[in-house]
Design a binder for this molecule. Structure first.
Ligand code: AGP
Length: 607
């Protein structure tokens, strides 16, 4: 949600801010704006629409001779999409950009009305600007300290004071901010993708610490005035990873990166002669001691990875596993204690509901393990243990390589857990690991189906409703296929457990409706075939996806995609690739913005 960038130093601020906003646009793309400091004071340029609209507006406004400024790309929460509601917002001496939600903005607005300050926008952010201005008497740090005692909710702010040119103040609570001081000056942003051109070294701004940025240094202080030295981190990917690299969309590039992202995630954890090893992740075998129940909780696609993880963990470790949507789990009064292991999954590591789920689990003494892609993110920092997916930056809003990397961690975890608990022998474990490694070339082969899938999607693009059906692991995959298609093609779709269709939903299956039927699991294959016959008898257009080794009768499908043969347990990896490509090409054929679908944002840091 919302992208933030701030720079002060010896470069042209326009270049840093606009370049950063383009890199951050995946976080929000309703509107964009910058504020910069020049000899006349603080100037603001903002507009609805994409960063490219802002670029045009900036080009039209002469000047912009500045070395200090802040920039924002918005995902609207409070107040519609309009120029007025776009950030930055100013009041008196203060100009700010904000990511997050100020929950008590209404009460603050009433209080501030008594001081003669009235907003012109409908945003909570402008109220925050009014609050900072009302408290400001020349001491920025003191102002921020006082404001923090009054602000409720999540925030990351960059603040300019008109009488302090060249200085940017920042503070965050819940919403992400990373910063770095490099040879050209001081930089801050919501995400390292905006700063990687300038430095590979950075720090995560600690929550509720005040950051004072000048061209020469970045000073971080606690709210009681103590200066601290933040822990430095290093990015292990380079700029090419954050660019399209010749692909028409980030999503397609990220789909094709999956052999690499899986290699990077799996291989460093295979040691001791093909056995899983989490010692470099600092995850001790004792993590599993005394655990009699696992809850996997996450949102969206990450939660769908959890559905696959449940099957694996229950099959191999023989421990009960439930999968909960994080936004339900956090308010659901779940039964938790020290014998529960709560596993969370998140690409961004900042998803508000998932973070709240971890906090709840810890409050109730459960052990927490997170599977996260972004190093040093809130979820990673607050969990007892972290398994990082090494998928590299994922820019497209639709999650692809993060999902399969999450699956690979869940597979490794299941093998490791089962081995430690004596549920499988070393030999069996090494055999599973061999199958997991085989997934990588199988995905490479599956990717060669992209032209075939592209053709099939020409007809899919014309539909307004469709179904995904499957059983067992294939049902978990159906859920993922359905969300992927919905979010980027805007086609209504439902994922159904194939055996459940006839309990109501079959009435929606009519002549010509596409039914994407996943049949990769031998143990329920004949049952799936019967379900496929049922939809075909009602005129459905069947797109059948099978594991390579299964026999298929030509009479039961309109299109057939045979996956590279894998052990059934590992078919979700190749099936996921096909489903991602189906969503991608359908969106392309509908002429939509694949990477930035309407109403969505990459990192959901609000409830
Ligand atoms: C995936 O395609 C979606 N954009 C979305 O469901 C996403 O997976 C979800 O918001 C969770 O995000 P996270 O992995 O960053 O926590």
């Amino acid at each position: 949600m919302c992208g933030i960038i701030g720079f002060t130093g010896n470069l042209e601020a326009k270049k840093v801010l606009l370049g950063g906003l383009q890199a951050l646009e995946y976080r929000g793309y309703d509107s964009a704006g910058i504020a910069y400091v020049d000899k006349f004071g603080i100037q603001t340029v903002k507009t609805t629409g994409k960063v490219s609209n802002l670029l045009e507006k900036v080009e039209q406004s002469n000047g912009l001779d500045s070395n200090c400024g802040i920039g924002h790309t918005r995902w609207a929460t409070h107040g519609g999409v309009s120029d007025t509601n776009s950030h930055p917002h100013s009041c008196g001496n203060v100009t700010i950009i904000h990511n997050g939600i100020i929950e008590n903005y209404h009460e603050l607005e009433t209080e501030l009305a008594a001081t003669g300050r009235h907003p012109i926008s409908q945003t909570d952010t402008e109220i925050a600007a009014m609050l900072f201005d009302s408290l400001y008497q020349g001491d920025a740090v003191d102002t921020i300290k006082k404001a923090v005692t009054k602000l409720e909710g999540a925030y990351a702010f960059c603040i300019l004071f008109s009488d302090q040119p060249g200085v940017i103040y920042c503070i965050r609570n819940g919403s992400p901010l990373v910063a770095t001081h490099a040879t050209d000056g001081s930089f801050i942003a919501s995400d390292m993708v905006a700063l990687i051109d300038y430095s590979k070294e950075y720090f995560v701004v600690p929550e509720k610490h005040i950051v004072t940025m000048t061209a020469d240094e970045i000073v971080v202080t606690t709210l009681t005035g103590e200066v601290i030295a933040p822990k430095m981190l290093y990015v292990n990917w380079d700029m090419t990873a954050a660019k399209k690299g010749g692909y028409p969309h980030f999503m397609l590039k990220e789909i094709f990166e999956q052999p690499d992202s899986l290699r990077n995630t799996i291989m460093p954890r295979i040691k001791k002669g093909h056995l899983p090893d989490f010692s470099t992740d600092n995850i001790p075998d004792s993590l599993y001691d005394g655990i009699n129940r696992i809850i996997i909780t996450a949102c969206g696609t990450a939660m769908h990875a959890g559905l696959v993880g449940r099957v694996l963990l229950e099959k191999l470790v023989r421990i009960p596993v439930t999968v909960e949507i994080a936004s339900e789990f956090r308010y659901g009064d779940p039964v938790l204690d020290s014998s529960t292991l709560v596993i969370t999954l998140s690409q961004s590591g900042e998803t508000a509901d998932t973070l709240a789920a971890i906090r709840l689990a810890k409050e109730k003494n459960a052990k927490t393990l997170s599977i996260v892609n972004v190093k040093g993110s809130s979820i990673a920092r607050e969990s007892d243990y972290v398994l990082y997916t090494h998928a590299g930056p994922e820019i497209a809003v639709a999650s692809t390589k993060a999902y399969t990397a999450q699956l690979s961690c869940l597979y490794l975890l299941s093998f490791h857990y089962a081995l430690v608990k004596g549920m499988i022998t070393e030999e069996e474990c090494a055999n599973y690991i061999g199958h997991l490694q085989a997934v990588i070339p199988a995905i490479e082969k599956t990717l060669t189906l992209d032209k075939t899938i592209d053709e099939i999607c020409q007809s899919l693009a014309k539909t307004e409703d469709l179904f995904f059906i499957g059983r067992g692991l294939d049902y978990a995959l159906s859920c993922e296929g359905s969300i992927k298609l919905k979010e980027i093609s805007y086609i209504h779709s439902e994922a159904y457990a194939a055996g459940e269709l006839k309990h109501g939903t079959l009435s929606l299956v009519t002549e010509g409706i596409p039914v994407i039927s996943l049949a990769t699991q031998s143990n329920v294959y004949s049952k799936m075939i019967s379900n496929i016959r049922e939809v075909r008898a009602r005129g459905a257009m069947v797109i059948l996806i099978t594991n390579g080794h299964l026999d298929v009768e030509e009479t039961i499908y309109d299109h057939h995609i045979a996956l590279t043969e894998l052990d059934d347990l590992f078919a979700p990896f190749t099936a996921a690739i096909v489903l991602q490509l189906i969503a991608y090409y359908t969106s392309v054929h509908r002429g939509l913005n694949v990477d930035q679908p309407r109403n969505l944002a990459k990192s959901v840091t609000v409830e």
